[in-house]
Design a protein around this ligand. Structure first.
Ligand SMILES: Nc1nc2c(c(=O)[nH]1)N[C@H]1C(S)=C(S)[C@@H](COP(=O)(O)O)O[C@H]1N2
Ligand SMILES: [Mo]
Length: 439
C-alpha cells in the first residue's frame, strides 16, 4: 500500500466522522495518536492487548482502535480480563469496569480496571526478578529477589481500594485531555505482600528522607528502551503507614499481568498512580520525588480553586495526596424497571482516604431529601465499605437514585461536579442511576 492510500483513510475519518463506524470514532484514543502509523512499541502493546500477534499491523492506521476492542460487544476479552470491561484506549491499554461489575465485596482480578501508561514487560521470570532499594536517603543500596522478600518479611493481607486520580474525568467541562474515565477506574482487592516500611527499615532510612519513588519494568510506548514510563511516589510518612504494601498476590492469586505482575506497590487512599506496577526499584529521596509524571501538571490540581478553563502555571499546581470521599451504586444497573409497590434493593461501595465512611444516604428526589442506607464496617483502613437499602417509590414514573457518602470528618460528596481542574482529577460527585416504575 502507498503512503497516500493510508492517509486517505485518515482523511475520510477526520472530515466525516459519521461516515465511519460511530462507536469506533467515539472511542478514539488521545488526539496526539491520530497522526502517523503504529510505532514499534505500540505494536507490541497492541499484540499484548489482542492476545495474539497482529498480522499486517504495518498497515493498521494509528488513529483506529482494533475492531476487537471498539464495540460495546468486545469479541475477545483483554488477556485475563472480563469481556465487560470498557476499553478507553488501546495504546497504552486502559479499561474501566462498569458499575454493575463492581458488585462483589472484593473486585475479582478479571474485573479490576487497568491503567497503563506504557507497555507491560514481557516474559517475566520470577527467578530473576529483583527489587532494589537505593537513593540519597537510603543508608545503603540493597537488592532482594522475590524469594528473599517472601522469606525475610512478615506477610500481610489487606483490602485496599485503588482509584485512578482521573476517575470521573469524563464529566469535566471544558473537557480535560487524557483517558475519559467514567466511574470505573476503581476497585478494591485483598492484596497480599509485605509492608513497605519493613523493607525500608531493613535497608535503613536516613533522617532527611522526605519521599519514596518507584520504578517499574514497563517500557515506553515510543519503543525507546531507556525512557522511563512513569515514576511517581509518596511522602515518607505515607510510605511508613502500616497499610502501605509491596504486594505479589491479589485476591489470593498472582497479580494479573496487566495489573503489575509479579510485584507492585499498593497505597490505599491515594491516587492509584502512586501504586507502582512491575516494581523493580524504590528510591528513598531527600526531596520530593521528581520522576516522570511527578512534576508539571501531572496528578496535580490547582493549589487554590480556579474558574473552569483557566490555564494554571506549574508552580501553582499541588500534588494530589489523597482521594476524596466517594461512593458507587453497583446494583441495580442503571435503567432498571420495576413494578409499583415493589421495593427496589440497592447496593454499593463507599470509600475514603480518611479514617472511614460513617454514613451513606440515598435520594430519589434529586437531592431534596435523603434517607440513610445500611453501612458495613471496613475490613481495615482504606478498604471500601458496602452499603445497601430497600427503596419504595411513591408513584409510577421516572426516578433517579443518588447515593452520597460521608466520612468520619463529616465531609460528604458533592451532588454536582467538584472544582474544575486542568487535568480533570478528583471528581467525586454523587453517582446516580435511572429507574422506571411501571404499573
Ligand atoms: N509501572 C507502572 N505503574 C503504574 C502505572 C504505569 O503505567 N506503570 N500506572 C499507574 C496509574 S496512573 C494507575 S491509576 C494505577 C492503575 O493500576 P491498575 O492498572 O492495576 O488498576 O497504576 C499505577 N502504576
Ligand atoms: Mo491513574
Amino acid at each position: 500500500m502507498h503512503k497516500k492510500d493510508k492517509k486517505g483513510i485518515h482523511e475520510l475519518y477526520a472530515e466525516d466522522p459519521l461516515a465511519a463506524d460511530k462507536q469506533l470514532w467515539d472511542r478514539e484514543p488521545l488526539p496526539n495518536t491520530r497522526r502517523g502509523f503504529l510505532k514499534k512499541g505500540a505494536l507490541t502493546a497492541m499484540s499484548l492487548v489482542l492476545g495474539a500477534k497482529m498480522v499486517h499491523a504495518e498497515h493498521f492506521p494509528a488513529g483506529m482502535i482494533p475492531a476487537a476492542l471498539a464495540g460495546s460487544d468486545q469479541p475477545f476479552a483483554l488477556p485475563g480480563k472480563h469481556p465487560g470491561l470498557i476499553v478507553l484506549n488501546d495504546r497504552p491499554i486502559n479499561a474501566e469496569t462498569p458499575p454493575e461489575l463492581l458488585d462483589d465485596k472484593l473486585t475479582p482480578n478479571d474485573r479490576f480496571f487497568v491503567r497503563n501508561n506504557g507497555i507491560p514487560p514481557e516474559n517475566v521470570d520470577l527467578s530473576t526478578w529483583t527489587l532494589t532499594i537505593e537513593g540519597e536517603s537510603a543508608a545503603q543500596t540493597k537488592t532482594y529477589t522475590l524469594a528473599e522478600l517472601k522469606q525475610k518479611f512478615t506477610p500481610v493481607t489487606l483490602q485496599l481500594t485503588l482509584e485512578c486520580g482521573g476517575n470521573g474525568r469524563k464529566e469535566f467541562n471544558p473537557p480535560a485531555k487524557g483517558n475519559q474515565w467514567s466511574t470505573g477506574a476503581v476497585g478494591c482487592a485483598a492484596w497480599t505482600g509485605i509492608r513497605l516500611r519493613d523493607v525500608l527499615e531493613d535497608v535503613g532510612v536516613k533522617s532527611d528522607a522526605v519521599y519514596v519513588g518507584y520504578y517499574g519494568k514497563d517500557t515506553h510506548i515510543s519503543g525507546q528502551a531507556d525512557k522511563v514510563v512513569i515514576s511517581r511516589g509518596v511522602p515518607i510518612d505515607k510510605a511508613m503507614e502500616a497499610e502501605s504494601l509491596i504486594a505479589w498476590e491479589m485476591n489470593g492469586k498472582p497479580i494479573p499481568m496487566l495489573n503489575g505482575y509479579p510485584l507492585r506497590l499498593v497505597f490505599g487512599g491515594y491516587p492509584a498512580s502512586a501504586s507502582g506496577k512491575w516494581l523493580s526499584k524504590i528510591v528513598i529521596r531527600n526531596q520530593v520525588h521528581d520522576g516522570p509524571k511527578m512534576t508539571g501538571q501531572s496528578y496535580r490540581v490547582p493549589c487554590k480553586p480556579v474558574a473552569p478553563g483557566t490555564k494554571v502555571p506549574d508552580e501553582e499546581m499541588c500534588i494530589i495526596e489523597g482521594m476524596p470521599v466517594k461512593s458507587l451504586i453497583t446494583f441495580p444497573k442503571t435503567g432498571a424497571t420495576l413494578r409499583q409497590r415493589q421495593a427496589l434493593p440497592i447496593r454499593g461501595k463507599a470509600w475514603t482516604s480518611t479514617e472511614k465512611i460513617t454514613r451513606v444516604d440515598y435520594s430519589i428526589d434529586f437531592g431534596a431529601t435523603w434517607q440513610s442506607c445500611t453501612l458495613e464496617p471496613a475490613a481495615n483502613r482504606y478498604a471500601w465499605q458496602q452499603f445497601s437499602a430497600d427503596i419504595r417509590f411513591p408513584e409510577i414514573g421516572y426516578y433517579e437514585v443518588w447515593a452520597r457518602a460521608t466520612d468520619a470528618n463529616g465531609i460528604a460528596q458533592p451532588m454536582l461536579l467538584p472544582g474544575w481542574n486542568p487535568r480533570g482529577y478528583l471528581n467525586n460527585a454523587c453517582h446516580r442511576i435511572a429507574i422506571k416504575v411501571t404499573a
